[in-house]
Design a protein around this ligand. Structure first.
Ligand code: DMJ
Length: 517
């Protein structure tokens, strides 16, 4: 089994064999509980909200914040397939087949790419039903006008019928997470269709990012759509930024580790993240990732649930990058632990949307370097300890600044990747505690709902059940508990909405025709 402190890369990957036979029935049962949760929630959506985007679980109403194309259905198809819910997934084919995109409406480019395009592509990859590919190709083409800007960076919104673009709430800028999270989808689509324009538009964006690396590998969070100049005031791996970093390593993995430019960018980025954005809390030695101001690199000390995905990204790099610095595995372990602590410290066992660390805090890179120089006393790097959750009256060292739990996936996502790449069963156990808390504290009469405060019991339910609950949270929980390795990480790579795409290699013809370089 691959130990997290080995810093060894296996060729081919040596992924752990899951669990001992003794545990089998227990975990199978747990996986089935997740499947039951999916079925319950989806049926409630189907009965009360289909074909709209999302169920409003408090009123049994519906919301159409994601184009009104049935986001919950499309986001959920691959989860249905993986859970073996074939009757349910077969029913979605008809829904997808009748979707047309010649609609005079403005849609959000990023959300449409990661949820709908990503959903169609993974549904196609898993079922080989050509309906999904046809819709993906149609949608991919209709969204292309988003790139018709002087800088070539995509706009916030685009009208799939007229090609008219529109700016979003931040004005005439491209947001880092949005411009950096369309490359996997369009490149895989180009592989399936042979259309060079798909590669051309997204490779231009990645190249733009490469030319705007700062501090060795960080990217500012916004860019002027006309000049392409960086405008953002901060660096972050959370809101406005997150998946742009995730896609660097995933682009390298998706084409079977053949395109080293993505690995180079990823290694530079992670080095810069480790140097500039990682901090340690003084007492509990909790490793956390925070934003820093671009002008003086002062940390905001803000720690977001959204940022918890990056523990899984570091874990993936730790087992796939040849001779990678062992710090990558330590960061994965330490950050995932802190994400867990924010869950385990709370009354509900669910993690808040945001917390603010207090009382100073030191840069992790300085502490770890000092620890190494001093002869690695104790054998465990700073921030990689396994601190227990807090007891009544003790200081958490952070103040919750947004108390909600929005059924988000990032923490369980990282646990799943850590479980599959390290074989350490604590990630599974913690994931189970998390799912148990979801069952106990987010369940409504017939579905599940975001909650307004993870520190108050009984919980107040919000009238909201996001489609990512179906695409990501329940999928990662199921994959974490099921013994069968349904999506081996050396054959598949997940987009940022947890839609798995197969790892492939460009053929010689594709390299020329699609101008892969
Ligand atoms: C999802 O839509 C995606 O994971 C995205 O990258 C970030 N936000 C949500 C889930 O929290």
């Amino acid at each position: 089994m691959h130990g997290v402190f080995d810093g060894v890369v296996d060729e081919p990957w040596r992924l752990p064999s899951p669990v001992s036979q003794d545990d089998l029935s227990n975990w199978k049962e747990r996986a089935n509980r997740v499947k039951d949760a999916f079925v319950t929630a989806y049926l409630a959506y189907e009965q009360n909200a289909y074909p709209h985007d999302e169920l409003l679980p408090g009123t049994n109403g519906h919301a159409d914040r994601l184009n009104g194309w049935g986001a919950t259905t499309v986001d959920g198809i691959d989860t249905m397939v993986l859970m073996g819910l074939h009757e349910m997934s077969n029913k979605t084919v008809q829904h997808v087949a009748q979707l047309t995109f010649d609609r005079d409406q403005s849609v959000q480019f990023f959300e449409t790419v990661i949820r709908y395009l990503g959903g169609f592509l993974s549904a196609y990859a898993l079922t080989k039903n050509p309906v999904f590919l046809a819709r993906a190709d149609d949608l991919g083409r209709k969204l292309l006008p988003a790139f018709n800007t002087p800088s070539g960076l995509p706009t916030f919104g685009v009208n799939p019928l007229t090609g008219q673009t529109r700016s979003g709430w931040m004005g005439n800028v491209a947001i880092l997470s949005e411009m950096g999270s369309c490359q996997m989808e369009y490149r895989y689509l180009a592989h399936l269709t042979g259309r060079p324009e798909y590669v051309r538009v997204v490779d231009h964006v990645t190249e733009h990012m490469r030319q705007h690396e700062e501090r060795g590998g960080l990217f500012p969070t916004t860019y002027d759509l006309n000049s392409g100049d960086a405008k953002g005031n901060s660096y972050s791996v959370g809101s406005l930024a997150d998946s742009a970093y995730e896609y660097l390593i995933k682009l390298w993995l998706m084409t079977d580790r053949t395109e080293s430019k993505y690995l180079d960018m990823y290694l530079k980025s992670t080095e810069a993240i480790m140097n500039d954005l990682l901090y340690l809390s003084p007492a509990r030695q909790l490793l956390f990732v925070t934003d820093a101001y671009r002008n003086n690199m002062a940390p905001t000390k803000d720690f977001q649930h959204l940022s918890c995905f990056i523990a899984g990204v570091f874990a993936l790099g730790a087992v796939t990058i040849p001779n990678v610095d062992p710090r990558h595995a330590w960061v994965a372990e330490g950050l995932a632990h802190t994400c867990w602590i924010t869950y385990a410290d709370s009354q509900t066992g669910l993690g808040p949307e945001r917390v603010m660390f207090r009382n100073g805090g030191t840069k992790w890179v300085d502490e770890v370097t000092a620890w190494e120089r001093a002869g690695k006393v104790g054998g465990v790097p700073p921030g990689v300890n396994q601190t227990a959750p807090i007891h009544e009256g003790e200081d958490m060292e952070y103040t919750p600044s947004d108390h909600r739990y929005l059924l988000r996936p990032e923490t369980i996502e990282s646990f799943y990747i850590l479980w599959r790449t390290t074989g350490d069963s604590k990630w599974r156990d913690r994931g189970w505690a998390m799912f148990d808390a979801i069952e106990t504290h987010t369940k409504t009469a017939n579905a599940y709902a975001s909650i307004s405060n993870v520190y108050n019991i009984p919980t107040k339910k919000e009238n909201d059940m996001p489609s990512w609950f179906f695409a990501e949270t329940l999928k990662y929980a199921y994959l974490l508990f099921t013994d069968e390795d349904l999506i081996p990480l050396n054959q598949w790579v997940f987009n940022t909405e947890a839609h798995p795409f197969p790892i492939f290699r460009w053929s010689e013809w594709e390299t020329k025709h699609l101008d892969i370089h």
